[in-house]
Design a protein around this ligand. Structure first.
Ligand code: FB9
Length: 469
């Protein structure tokens, strides 16, 4: 109806001067007329120009007074010609209307406030300023349109179609049709495909870095590990605090490992109890049942140990291995720590390697992550000597950030495996969550990993490109 009214009117008239008047004259809601004008303007049927008018509208309080009269008016009307006492007038009007009415009527000089008697005078012109100051009226901008025929004007809107079809071509109907203009800025349909988790994206890029450096991936598909491979084979003594259940998840079922290479186990027992290879050992009673305990691996170094043992069972050839997978620690969880997270580990096994080679491979690896300014701090690990913490200068944070740990596996670890005397292993490790959180600007690990992750983050996160591969 509104559309027919607008198009019909313009058939015989040049212009609708004021959409507000046009709507009122026809008893049509102005908003309906405005919506039709906007749509017809979009299709160039009409050419609409904005009109703006400043008007005043009553506030709620203003509306109350419009119904009952303002307090001053109520007061005036309540004063008889002979006047009235204050008390009677207050009783008649109530305290609030009496108070406001007196103050306004006196300000407008409508009444003479005798000691006892109040009489009325003539009322002056209405004062918009006073009403606005009392917040009884507020300004309002009325928006409407003046409307003329547009280049595509037709007395009746043509049917808008999106496709030229065999049917409307054959029938010739296409000549009467309005084709919707292409909207080149329209976004494509969102693809409801799968989305890679930021951790997996960073894991994949770091894997590429290792592969480009000639490293082979270690098989990490066993979260359950024996204490033997996770600790004993690394020369970590059985009384070490990290082996306590406060730091490690031990399994109830199956609580013990089924099979270990017995000859190797004896050599490990020997090195813990009595030393060897110029080491004094730890001089304690090493217990097999302790080594048999199953646990959730606390680091991927357990896998490195298995791989190096296997390497030692055949004629030596140099190797470069890496692993990126989940590890588990029975530690207090907080904003940046969970009980499970990911370790990244790299190792190089060759004859005659030294600290210089470790530092060299660390520069190569971290520079591919975009970290070129490194420094190293002496540290301690039970299974490496010397050991170094790795720091990188973060340009964004303007400070040095600890980015990992490293060292040379001890002879007490390598020799019982059977690796030749001149073979050394340099290794390093870091976490996957830390770089991912920094690169994606996530400060709470629960937003990244775990059952509270916002799936929107998985879908919406930006593409994150590491440094040079
Ligand atoms: O990842 C760590 N920090 C880090 C790494 C990258 C990074 O990138 C940003 C874009 C710039 C930012 C920060 N760290 C190691 C250092 C600290 O965060 C540390 O407080 C937490 N560490 C974890 C401890 O896990 C229980 C990170 C994890 C870690 C520490 C040591 C190793 C592995 C992971 C190791 C090892 C190792 C040593 C010698 C031989 C073999 C393995």
């Amino acid at each position: 109806m509104a559309e027919e009214a607008v198009l019909g009117y313009l058939k015989n008239n040049d212009e609708i001067r004021d959409s507000g008047d046009f709507a009122d004259e026809r008893g049509i809601d102005h908003n309906e007329i405005v919506n039709v004008i906007k749509s017809l303007h979009g299709f160039r049927y009409v050419d609409a120009q904005d009109i703006k008018r400043e008007t005043w509208v009553l506030t709620d309080e203003g509306n109350t007074y419009a119904t009952l009269g303002s307090p001053e008016i109520q007061l005036i009307l309540a004063i008889p010609p002979e006047g009235i006492s204050r008390d009677e007038l207050q009783k008649k009007l109530g305290p609030s209307v009496f108070k406001i009415g007196c103050s306004q009527a006196a300000k407008n000089k409508w009444v003479e406030m005798g000691k006892q008697l109040i009489t009325k005078k003539g009322i002056g012109a209405d004062d918009i300023k006073a009403l606005k100051a009392r917040k009884l009226i507020v300004p309002q901008t009325w928006k409407g349109y003046s409307v003329k025929k547009g280049p595509n004007y037709a007395p009746k809107r043509k049917k808008v179609v999106t496709d030229l079809t065999r049917d409307n071509l054959q029938s010739g109907e296409w000549k009467e049709l309005e084709f919707k203009e292409y909207n080149y800025s329209a976004k494509g349909q969102p693809l409801e495909g799968g989305n890679l988790h930021p951790l997996l994206k960073v894991q994949s890029q770091i894997k590429q870095i290792f592969l480009c450096m000639g490293f082979e991936e270690m098989p990490t598909n066993n979260y359950v590990e024996s204490s033997f491979w996770n600790f004993d084979s690394l020369f970590q003594p059985q009384q070490h605090p990290a082996r306590d259940s406060h730091d490690t998840f031990f399994l109830e079922t199956p609580s013990t490992t089924k099979e270990l290479p017995e000859d190797y186990v004896q050599r490990v027992k020997q090195i813990h109890e009595f030393g060897g290879y110029e080491s004094r050992g730890y001089a304690y009673d090493w217990k097999r049942e302790e080594a048999n305990k199953n646990l959730l691996r606390t680091h991927t170094t357990a896998v490195s140990s298995r791989m190096l043992y296997q390497l030692a069972q055949k004629p030596f050839s140099p190797k470069k291995y890496f692993s990126i997978d989940r590890v588990f620690r029975n530690e207090a969880v907080d904003r940046t720590h969970l009980a499970e997270f990911h370790h990244i580990e790299g190792l190089v096994c060759n004859r005659g390697l030294g600290l210089r080679d470790l530092i060299g491979v660390l520069y190569d690896f971290f520079s591919r992550l975009g970290m070129t300014k490194l420094k190293f701090k002496p540290a301690y690990n039970p299974y490496t000597e010397p050991s170094m913490e790795i720091f990188s200068y973060h340009e964004g944070f303007k400070k040095w950030v600890e980015v990992g740990n490293s060292g040379m596996f001890r002879p007490e670890m390598l020799r019982p495996m059977g690796l030749p005397e001149d073979v050394q292993v340099i290794a390093w490790g870091l976490s996957l969550e830390r770089p991912t959180m920094i690169m994606y600007g996530i400060d709470n690990i629960r937003d990244l990993f775990g059952h509270k992750v916002d799936l929107g983050l998985i879908k919406k996160n930006s593409i994150c490109q590491l440094g040079i591969e």
